[in-house]
Design a protein around this ligand. Structure first.
Ligand SMILES: Nc1ncnc2c1ncn2[C@@H]1O[C@H](COP(=O)(O)OP(=O)(O)OP(=O)(O)O)[C@@H](O)[C@H]1O
Length: 304
């Protein structure tokens, strides 16, 4: 479990993380989203004790990172996959980490196998592709079999097979009851991987909710209704505070209410339906709505 309380990090007069409070639960993949410069990496660095908060606390299992006895056995992390000694082999890198954390040597071969690097473990880190470095970084995160895992952009540089593999790995780590916190800019991938989402912008919390709730909350998620009495139903739905757009003589689109509520209102009014379904927004669309005011380093929109 990761708990952030009023977490703040300033660099000079720049606030990178601004009063962030969160609880990340075990048994779920929590996606960490936000525009470039939003403060995701800084937050992860604060959790891992690589930076000191200006105010507030970041706790793992109830204690700050620097007080954890065997850190790699409690928290595993992939931050910067390229931050490896270029002349050292992957295996040597993992062996050194294992030795300094009291982890048996055989675990090194186990994690190399798990990430599909067993055949390339002798290669010097400097000669590895970005995707292979990512796999090695993931192996390092898994080394101590930790309960809490943080991954900063883990699919960066991976081919489609690798992306799918990371998705499966995150899902299975969460299914084993671990806390998995993963940042990404790939919304379509996050939609397939995450159970829960934390969205930040300019260091501040924008959203902390289950994926399904984030998507349901988008103005582009709508209930589509086909009925020979579209006019009557529109009146009933609007009276209940639901936004309605007529799509055609027998079709309308309702936003701001779940499909069950639209169906119940029609039933109560005795209105016959010929079709009732939800059209879900994509996470990309929901994310864009949530963060439209928080994009710091965006290009100007064409025509804007
Ligand atoms: N060591 C540092 N010194 C000064 N400013 C920093 C430092 N590290 C981060 N920042 C600033 O803090 C802000 C948050 O950066 P951070 O890297 O955490 O964002 P991010 O959400 O991870 O971005 P990205 O998606 O681009 O990786 C940025 O404005 C960045 O310039």
């Amino acid at each position: 479990m990761i708990s952030l309380r009023d977490l703040t990090k300033r660099y000079g007069d720049r606030v990178a993380v601004d009063d962030l409070s969160l609880e990340l639960k075990p048994g779920a993949v929590t996606g960490f989203l936000g525009p470039n410069g939003a403060g995701k990496s800084t937050t992860m660095r604060l959790v891992l004790g690589l930076d000191r908060p200006s105010a507030g606390t970041a706790l793992v299992g109830g204690v700050p990172y620097h007080r954890i006895k065997n850190p790699l056995r409690t928290v595993g992390a992939l931050l910067d996959a390229r931050a490896l000694h270029p002349g050292r082999s992957g295996r040597a890198h993992l062996l050194a980490l294992a030795r300094s954390n009291g982890i048996p040597r055989r675990r090194v071969d186990e994690v190399l196998e798990m990430v599909g690097m067993a055949g390339a473990a002798g290669k010097r880190a400097g000669t590895l592709s970005l995707g292979m470095s990512q796999r090695l970084g993931i192996a390092a995160a898994l080394l101590g079999d930790p309960e809490v895992l943080l991954f900063d952009e883990p699919v960066n540089g991976l081919d489609p097979d690798g992306v799918r593999w990371v998705r499966g790995l995150m899902r299975s780590l969460a299914a084993e009851g671990r806390t998995v916190f993963v940042s990404s800019h790939l919304m379509s991938e996050m939609q397939l991987t995450a159970d829960h989402l934390v969205v930040i912008g300019k260091g501040r919390l924008i959203m902390d909710a289950p994926l399904a709730e984030v998507i349901a909350g988008s103005s582009l998620t709508a209930v589509l209704v086909r009925t020979p009495h579209a006019g009557d139903l529109a009146v009933r739905l609007r009276a209940a505070g639901i936004r309605v757009d007529r799509l055609g003589e027998n079709e309308l689109e309702a936003t701001g209410a779940p499909v069950e509520r639209v169906g119940d209102l029609a039933y109560e009014a005795g209105i016959r339906l010929h079709g009732l379904r939800t059209r879900e927004a994509s996470l990309e669309q929901a994310y864009q709505e949530l963060t439209s005011g928080s994009v710091e380093y965006g290009a100007e929109r064409a025509g804007a």
